[in-house]
Design a protein. Sequence first.
Length: 385
Amino acid sequence: MPMVAVEGTSHVVCYVNPAFRRLVHRLPEDVVGNRFADLAPDGEECHMLLDRVFGTGQPEIHTGEEHSAPHPLYWSYAAWPMHGHDHRVIGVLIQVIETTPSRQQVTSMNEALLIGSIRQHELAEAAEALNLQLQTENRARATAEAELRRANRDLDQFALAASHDLQEPLRMVVGFSELLRKGYEAHLTGAGLEYLDFITNGARKMQQLLKDLLAYARAGEDIDERDLINLDEVLEQVMSNLALAVEDSGGVVTCEALPAVYGHSAHFVQVFQNLIGNAIKYRGERPLSIRVSAERLNDQWRFAVTDNGMGIDPQYHSQVFGVFKRLHREAIPGTGIGLAICQRVVKHYGGRIWVESQPDEGSTFYLTLPVGEAEATSLHSQAGA
């Protein structure tokens, strides 16, 4: 028998069995997460039934007709309340019967089903098992969220240590190394000067690593006040920051009009500066060309940063977003945190980021951000209206 469980006052599907999926001719991902009334032929009547069962905590039956079928098609529902650990109704367990002979036969079948003690007992057990499963999943989710909050607190503490406690001894190493060079360079041999360079360069690399780690930690900070950010202005700041790097590369960066999004401007400066900076760093033999664009896709903005550089082998497409992941090791300087910062920021705002690339064919980094109610048009477009 087709069975489905819904939860909440909107009656969102949280469980379906294979028989129900065959009945509605849909895949699991197209059913779970949708309102049951949107899946049933007589949606409004069914919605009223679920409202009653959810509100009263009493089982009910219902029969409806789908007039659009080639022949008269009757749908029959038997609905039972599901209770949470505090005995409140949290959802409804539904059994569906599809039949064609007559409404009377459907009603009789439902009545027999509803009053049959054995079947009721089986359905009650099924509802209880589903309740236990939902409670277990809720506890697991709560535990995972608590662990995530703890990990974020630990990361914040580390960021504080990185910005103060760890930076100070490194500044001393660099400072005294430079004083040693100035005061005793004439007394040092070639090997001595080389060793001194190793000390200074190693300390400076560690300083940069700690700086990037701090930026990674702050990329996930939750900002209470989110403003409507003009990303055209963000790109102007990024291009100003990267002006010397672009000039040295001999490249051309083209920026199309971008939309406005809600958030914190410093976060988006981090994202686009890392993406454009990487395109400059990993340029190929051809004259560098970078293009930044955006398009509206339903309830999302999709941004693209495209270059004609070295490209990335598909086997590394997911790895490049990991912390400390560097494909070129010492051949190209860096700490391997830039793309991890981009991913952290984008996820923080409810989007995702990915790359499409082939070796020697350039790369396109895509990222999505949700469209808010006040973001339907870009500030650039509004200014020109």
